[in-house]
Design a protein around this ligand. Structure first.
Ligand code: DX5
Ligand code: ZN
Length: 220
């Protein structure tokens, strides 16, 4: 079985010491950089945009996993490819023509991800799961770091795992929001492949050790 991955969310980093925090992730046992882009329309918050991602890409030496919390993401697919995104995740709730959007992401050489809000049922992906490289199950309402984990997530992960198996898809399952050492193991047991962790990593006194511990727990 392949390793379970840890993706620290840069939203919780110290933006005045961004290079320091990126280098911490570079030398850690983390697998990916998770980058949250918010437009103040799809979610009630604005995070950061292209110039900041460009600065991050310059220093980051691991997979760049971009989570777009924006309306009409098709407008920026090419831009995010040019900025060095390896995985581009759009929200199901923000795409009128999801199938077309997924093809456009892949045509730019990126892996295509779909994020689902806590209220969105897994079954909406019945007809697209074979076209999706990664499903990001939101375990908080998107827009902010540091929120508490929604317990219903475990059953969604199990449902998604069942759908992936039934359709013979190779889609990976990512969990985003409120991930800590309290829920990591249970999420992996339910079927999660990638755990995003923002506050738990960056608010820790020893982020390097926190990443190692979380990764060990996820793979135990
Ligand atoms: C929430 C973002 C998450 C967030 C996770 O909208 O998509 O990636 O940064 O932060 P924590 O781990 O603090 O919940
Ligand atoms: Zn995210």
């Amino acid at each position: 079985m392949s390793s379970k991955l840890i993706a620290p969310s840069i939203l919780a980093a110290d933006f005045a010491n961004l290079q320091r925090d990126i280098e911490m992730v570079n030398k850690s046992e983390a697998d990916w950089f998770h980058i949250d882009i918010m437009d103040g329309v799809f979610v009630p918050n604005i995070s950061f945009g292209m110039p900041v991602l460009q600065a991050i890409s310059k220093h980051a030496n691991k997979t760049i996993d971009v989570h777009l919390m924006i309306v009409d993401p098709d407008r920026y697919i090419k831009t995010f490819a040019n900025l060095g995104s390896n995985i581009l995740t759009v929200h199901y709730e923000a795409c009128t023509h999801l199938h077309r959007t997924l093809q456009a992401i892949k045509a730019e050489g990126m892996q295509a991800g779909v994020a689902l809000n806590p209220h969105t049922n897994i079954n909406v992906l019945e007809d697209t799961i074979n076209d999706i490289d990664l499903v990001c199950i939101m375990s908080v309402n998107p827009g902010f770091g540091g929120q508490s984990f929604i317990e219903n997530t475990y059953s969604k992960v199990k449902q998604l795992k069942e759908l992936i198996t039934r359709k013979g898809a190779s889609t990976k399952i990512e969990i985003d929001g409120g991930v800590t050492n309290k829920n990591a193991k249970q999420l992996v047991e339910a079927g999660a492949d990638i755990l995003v962790a923002g506050s738990f990593v960056f608010k820790s006194n020893k982020p390097l050790e926190t990443i190692t511990d979380l990764r060990t727990l996820a793979n135990s």
